[in-house]
Write a protein that binds this ligand. Sequence first.
Ligand code: ADP
Ligand code: MG
Length: 889
Amino acid sequence: MNYEKLTPMMKQYFEIKNQYKDYILFYRLGDFYEMFFEDAVTVARELELTLTGRNCGLEERAPLCGVPHHAGDLYLGRLVEKGYKVAICEQVEDPATAKGIVKREVVRIVTPGTVIDPSLLDEKKNNYILAFFKNKYHAIAFADITTGEFKSTLFDPQVDSYRLLEEIQKIDPSEIIVDKNLEKQLPWLYKSLSSQYTLSVYHEASFKSDSALSVIKRIFGVFSVESLGLVPQEEQTAAVGALLAYIEETQKVPLKHFDRIEHYNQNSYMMIDRFTRRNLELVETMREKGKKGSLLGVLDKTCTAMGGRKIRQWIEQPLIDPEKIQQRLDAVECFHADMFLREELKVILRQIYDLERLASKLVYGNINPRDLVSLKNSIALLPDLKVLLSRQDLALVDQLADQLDLLTDVFDLIDQSLVEEPPIAVKEGGIFKEDCHEDLKVYREVLTNGKNWLLAVEERERERTGIKTLKIGFNKVFGYFIEVTRANSKNVPEDYIRKQTLANNERYITPELKSLEEKVLGAEEKMMALEYQLFQELKETLLKQVQRLKSTAEAIASIDVLYAFAEVAFQHGYCKPVVKDECLLDIKEGRHPVVERIMDPGQFVPNDTYLDQDERQFYIITGPNMAGKSTYLRQVALITLMAQIGSFVPAEAATVSMVDRIFTRVGASDDLSQGQSTFMVEMNELANILNNATSKSLIILDEIGRGTSTYDGLSIAWSVVEYLSKRDGIGAKTLFATHYHELTELEGRFHGVKNYCIAVKEVGDDIIFLRKIIRGGASQSYGIQVAKIAGLPNEVIDRAKDILKKLEANDINNNMNALKEGLTTEPEQPLADKEADLLREQLSFFGSSASEQLVKELSQLNVMDMTPMAAMNCLYELMTKAKSVSGGK
Ligand code: ADP
Ligand code: MG
């Protein structure tokens, strides 16, 4: 582009734009913000605005698109939501007096990670901004600038490079700051990050130790970073320092609410990778991305916005320290046991405002008088809350009660100065009680008296003129005036000066009225100015208390989450899990917390689980489509996770041992978010599990190997089972659901591998789903029966049966035999014994979930002599009796 030819204004535009290349520049022109060239094209596309053009001095017109300045925030918000960064460039001198081009400057920068406007934020979700720096170690630092949370951690790329990405995905920042070398140093990471997040490349200098250190020291007001608990690790300092510098630059205010940096170790939380997070639908559903239908949706009965954000964090970061988990569980138990306590907590918590965000409004200076009254009213509730908690005598509850600062001084300050219902605006007065300043009292008096004076004048003039309808009014143009109807205008006295004629009325002024006006309006203006100044002072004073406010907010958030856990446990009949540090998972009558909610009460069929590191380490779960395999798998994972966040669990009883990671993989064609997951991705994920699982992990494999041909898939699945179940192998607790019923051959050949299936009852040609997990493998896939239920025409069903018969007669059996021949391992026990064992276990397993009556009836049956099919039929009959059959017709 030939810059020389540009018009002077466009030259100015480019001078500014070149400093903000990554940003969309909102260039103020009269009553509009205008965007030019590429910015214009982008914005027009994203916001569906009309793209026009403007002469810019070149031959072609410059693409242009504009938004009215008063609606600027609205458009800006939508752009930021879509991940764009916006720089707002205003006219900084009066166009009327300016010589030549009006001077313009960027006055505000808004990026996805630095939004503070509440209307653009989800109040129950943190909005994080993250900085990454790489040298020998990898460091990340992240913050929520609306709450003041600030954290940082280090990674050793030798040991855990894969963890970095997972950690970032868990934090799910709206924006990531990196230095410009990253693209060259770690192209894969750069690519992966830039495809998922808004990436901001920030100047290298800010990451340099010296400047980073000085920013940290200045903002936190400390002499050494060690006093912040930071290991003086160069990488970490760089990430923290650059993040602070970036935030400060965009906000253009001193950052007072960052008081500490929490340095954490990823090893103190259960690892949950992105696939697992998504598959288990922890905080959002896979399809709609909504909270409804997720675990969070079921558990979130928090009453405050602070609690809402905290519960999400807890779900995303299950603990692995049994002691800490126990503390939470005990607190939940305490709230759970006392309905009145819960009721009282709810009443109090519901009235408490978002103190964290009120605190940050103080810091950013955009708090309004009404916010302060909300703050006061919230503080007023704290003593009651503290008393309620102090009564409980439990470690965690006590500690939280202690953390509650009653903030009486803050309460008094606001209470003594602000009126009960102040306006939102800070420049129009009416905020302060009149006795909090001498002058204010005087102005208010003049104002009230002024009103009386005017009333007196009105009364007197009515008498003097004999016009009953005469009245005194006010408008911005003429100030006070006397209004009479036109019919009466002939009666007005000489000293009235006519100012305005309306359709029905005439308006007049008098010298007396004008002098009164001066007094009153003067007082009003002075009052407004004084109140504005008082408000600024009040803000300054309160700003010093921000840290106390934040720490109290933090305690309230935790109390709120514990309350929510107790409330959910009570409403849905959850039990307190026994938490251990062994390798045992023993669940009696477990349920899927989300699936059971969408069914009528009692319709969900509970199931047991017993996994250890010995005999029953690896479940192979077979059963037709729709039997309930996937539901069962997820339910086991969710119950484990819930126990580790300190929540009660949907079961009759549960013993849960700490799990260091949960892995879930879902076979390509079973993955609900189709299109994304290809077979290759599936195998990648599988590789990740096989390489990273430990004996303390829980692995959920759902239909692995499905995305390829049957034999490929079957072979892969087969060898994965071999690998994971080897006695000297990983030995991680594993649930493997598969429709390859051939895999049931593996039981008895590998230690710890046990077959389970989800029972179905054959009734003639049809099947009924019993939803009950029992010992033993499914003998066939029932694909055709399921297809029939789905409503395929009879003709198709009959033909399919025909074909199946022929296939079974030839191909499959041959291949099965080939597979078996390929096995090198000898069976561990004779197959005849296996059959008997199977039946015994089948029944004992069923026993724990049946009513007493059922167990009695079962024990009277001579099932040992029955074939598995006959035993299954008995089970079905008994279950029908117990009315626990679902999905049947
Ligand atoms: P699969 O993975 O075996 O194909 P799913 O786990 O997807 O089966 O379950 C299919 C449907 O069966 C679920 O959508 C749910 O409605 C129902 N279901 C699953 N488990 C249960 C249960 N324990 N009790 C009642 N209904 C269940
Ligand atoms: Mg499934």
